[in-house]
Write a protein that binds this ligand. Sequence first.
Ligand code: B1M
Length: 233
Amino acid sequence: MSDDYEEIDLRALDDDELVEQMHDDLYNGLKEEVEQGTRILLERKWGADTVLDRALVGGMQIVGVDFRDGILFVPEVLQAANAMKGGMEILRPLLAQTGAEPIGKIVIGTVKGDIHDIGKNLVSMMMEGAGFEVIDIGINNPVEKYLQALETHHPDILGMSALLTTTMPYMKVVIDTMKEKGIRNDYIVLVGGAPLNEEFGKAVGADAYCRDAAVAVDTAKALIRARRLARVA
Ligand code: B1M
């Protein structure tokens, strides 16, 4: 990635160059530039989901690799995350613009010990866009906070996110506590996050593991439909 901070006219770049420049800007934590690039791609009639996938998520993948390899450190990754959030905020209303009636309600939060929230926020946005009412309870949630949110909001779905191999087992603590309290079957439980997989989802007793935000939306819709059909049958 380039360390070159000289002023670049983003509008003068073609689409591929602009996406590459946005990856650089994300990497360098340049929020305003990432926001400007996001706006330019939208002006060029790119769909919000394509901007998200190619320019923002694609850029964050590069950051992730260099973080893993010890080339980037926490402060730099935080700046990159902040720049990504700037772009996401511009896309949020567009992703949520379906005008549909709420088709279900989801409480979603990142588990205890884990402060990663970009993926969760993305899932929340895509869920909103698909017509769900989303109650986002944030990061670092102990089991008590999940239970309190379920009691207060009566959602159809509980969604949990974890990005660390050390925090993902906490999902089982939440689900086991729901079982102990006799409320597990009152909710659809969806789990997600980069280190998880299908097998893990089954092992902790979730209804489904969701690889990404689009899968989360499809899975949520399908399981709500199945549950409603089962109720009338
Ligand atoms: Co962290 N971090 N981090 N980090 N960080 C990872 C996760 C890591 C893989 C980096 C690496 O080594 N390559 C690594 C984990 C290794 C492991 O556990 N095996 C790691 C580490 C080690 C750490 C620290 C321990 C570092 C340290 O302090 N030494 C520390 C832990 C802090 C803590 O949580 N207690 C830490 C800190 C941070 C920052 C604060 C600097 C920052 C977070 C900022 C923020 O979120 N506000 C950060 C970041 C940004 C990352 C990486 C680079 C990017 C994560 C991300 O946002 N991805 C990440 C590397 C990577 O994943 N490539 C890394 C983009 C996002 C769109 O994808 O979150 O996977 P993702 O979400 C996807 C799907 O997973 C799914 O849908 C989303 C959208 O498609 N999904 C769900 C996610 N949640 C879902 C919930 C659902 C459904 C689907 O519910 C229904």
